[in-house]
Design a protein around this ligand. Structure first.
Ligand SMILES: Nc1ncnc2c1ncn2[C@@H]1O[C@H](COP(=O)(O)OP(=O)(O)O)[C@@H](O)[C@H]1O
Ligand SMILES: [Mg+2]
Length: 148
């Protein structure tokens, strides 16, 4: 772990390590928050969400799957509701509007985690936290957390 100002870098050597990092990061994710998860397909974005959802008692690791086709998954914990969103297939503002993400961002109890959210400039501007994933090797990832 290396701290560079508001940026912290981690190295993960397995999916389990990335899940464990998600559990640790949850301490910084008290709602309301908008978090962008950046990285190529298979980088580990959804894997991190497994740890975050577990930490909030919102879902078990097995319940968290990729919202690639459903676009939004909702995981309800006692105090926090997590919305895990995948915008990979969303191309236009019009399609985006049908998802109602603005309503989700207005609720103080919500933690909104978006994969491919950087495709839309306003999410890049409004985000509280960005977690970016770099694939170093088959099981190795560099994970950078940038805070506002
Ligand atoms: N260090 C690691 N961190 C996260 N995932 C890893 C790691 N090493 C291997 N993997 C594998 O890479 C894949 C990551 O998939 P996923 O989390 O769905 O990626 P994304 O959501 O970024 O497309 C999983 O099959 C996971 O088991
Ligand atoms: Mg994913």
């Amino acid at each position: 772990m290396t701290a560079l100002g508001m940026t912290t870098q981690y190295r993960s050597c397995s999916a389990d390590e990335t899940i464990a990092l998600g559990r640790r990061l949850a301490a910084q994710l008290a709602p309301p928050k908008l978090v962008l998860l950046r990285g190529e397909l298979g980088a580990g974005k959804t894997t991190l969400v497994k740890g975050i959802a577990e930490a909030f008692g919102a879902a078990g690791q097995e319940e968290v799957t990729s919202p690639t086709f459903t676009l939004i998954h909702e995981y309800r914990g006692a105090d926090v509701t997590i919305y895990h969103i995948d915008l990979y297939r969303i191309e236009t503002e019009r399609e985006l509007a049908t998802l109602g993400i603005d309503d989700l961002l207005r609720d103080q109890r919500n933690l909104v985690l978006i994969e491919w959210g950087e495709k839309f400039a306003r999410f890049a501007e409004e985000r509280d936290l960005e977690v970016s994933f770099e694939r170093i090797a088959e099981d190795e990832r560099e994970i950078t957390v940038s805070q506002r």
